[in-house]
Design a protein around this ligand. Structure first.
Ligand SMILES: NC(=O)c1ccc[n+]([C@@H]2O[C@H](COP(=O)([O-])OP(=O)(O)OC[C@H]3O[C@@H](n4cnc5c(N)ncnc54)[C@H](OP(=O)(O)O)[C@@H]3O)[C@@H](O)[C@H]2O)c1
Length: 306
């Protein structure tokens, strides 16, 4: 595994993290505690130290599976990133909840679910600019940071061209940006990444496999089960993406290299990107994703000295 410093924070994160939206049940299956344990144990075995979750992957369900796991392992082995800003109602149904007092209650609920005293990275979860521009919200969060419940604040931007929230990061005390970035979607390179580099923000590239399409295992016309979030994607847009994936597979991926690993390493080449957080459904996917670190051979401005 390789490690990079998450921007100006003191966190040295593995270049491959584990995304856990899947644990909430919106990717076609539910998880037992034993299945979640096996995924996270495999990550630890391979040097992964970063887990990304959220308040609304299920009703704190993903956080509960992670919390139960960590309570039986060494908490200091892990950097836990979670998020705030929604009430979960049912699968694929949540409402915004970014008011300061509500977020303070969500923070306590997340700490309880995670069975933790502190969260390493607490991220504004893809909310509107109007919610982001609340002094009351960031003042409350700063107090929680001073109280020791949060180590660092971050922002997961909804649109991957949200320059307003990115540019305002230093001002509000947010030290990392989470953004959709992958070989099919390079928009952040234009405005978001330069702003991150200027402010020395950490960058977590989310959806680095383009929802799994960049694994190369799906052919144009692929159909997903009704309880899989990809069933809700526009069918024509997905078909076009999968045609592009076929072209990329033929023209860009070196022979003999696994396309998913290649796609993760591709993200990690950008000098602004600290880490990728692919969603993982089983230990085999964790193993294959961790192997991408071997394809990262160039020096990077955020390389950790450990
Ligand atoms: N607004 C936000 O803040 C936000 C939004 C979205 C995601 N996220 C975070 O980002 C994480 C990653 O995004 P994502 O899960 O949406 O998309 P992703 O990482 O691009 O794709 C994940 C899917 O790819 C497939 N996959 C993973 N590893 C693979 C491998 N080695 N080989 C083949 N297939 C593989 C799996 O699905 P199949 O095997 O079924 O194909 C998996 O569910 C999430 O888990 C979450 O933590 C945050």
């Amino acid at each position: 595994m390789k490690y990079r410093r998450l921007g100006g924070t003191e966190l040295n994160v593995s270049v491959i993290g584990i995304g856990t939206w899947q644990f909430g049940g919106e990717w076609g299956r539910e998880y037992t505690q034993a299945e979640a344990d096996a995924i996270l144990d495999k990550g630890h075995e391979l040097g992964i130290n970063l887990i990304d979750t959220a308040e609304c992957y299920g009703d704190h369900l993903s956080e509960k599976l992670i919390g139960d796991y960590i309570s039986r392992r060494n908490r200091e082995d892990w950097i836990i990133a979670t998020k705030f800003g929604h009430h979960f109602h049912d699968l694929f149904s949540r409402t915004d909840a970014f008011e300061a007092s509500g977020v303070a209650a969500q923070l306590d609920a997340s700490l309880k679910a995670l069975k933790l005293d502190y969260i390493d990275l607490y991220q504004f979860h893809s909310g509107p600019d109007q919610a982001f521009d609340s002094d009351e919200l960031w003042t409350m969060l700063d107090k929680q940071r001073e109280a020791g419940k949060i180590r660092f604040l971050g922002t997961s931007i909804g649109s991957n061209d949200n320059l307003h929230q990115t540019e305002s990061s230093t001002k509000v005390g947010s030290r990392a940006i989470q953004v959709v970035y992958n070989r099919l979607d390079r928009k952040p390179e234009e405005r978001v990444f330069p702003s991150c580099q200027e402010q020395d923000l950490g960058v977590l590239a989310r959806v680095p496999l383009a929802s799994g399409y960049l694994s190369g295992k799906y052919k144009p016309g692929a159909v997903f089960a009704g309880n899989d979030v990809r069933h809700r994607h526009d069918a024509e847009a997905t078909r076009l993406k999968l045609e592009e994936v076929e072209r990329i597979g033929r023209e860009e991926v070196p022979a003999g290299v696994d396309m998913a690993s290649w796609a993760l390493a591709w993200c990690l080449k950008h000098p602004a990107v600290t880490t990728v957080i692919p969603g993982c459904k089983d230990p085999a996917q964790v193993e294959s994703n961790a192997k991408a670190a071997e394809l990262v051979t160039e020096p990077h401005p955020q390389d950790a000295s450990i």
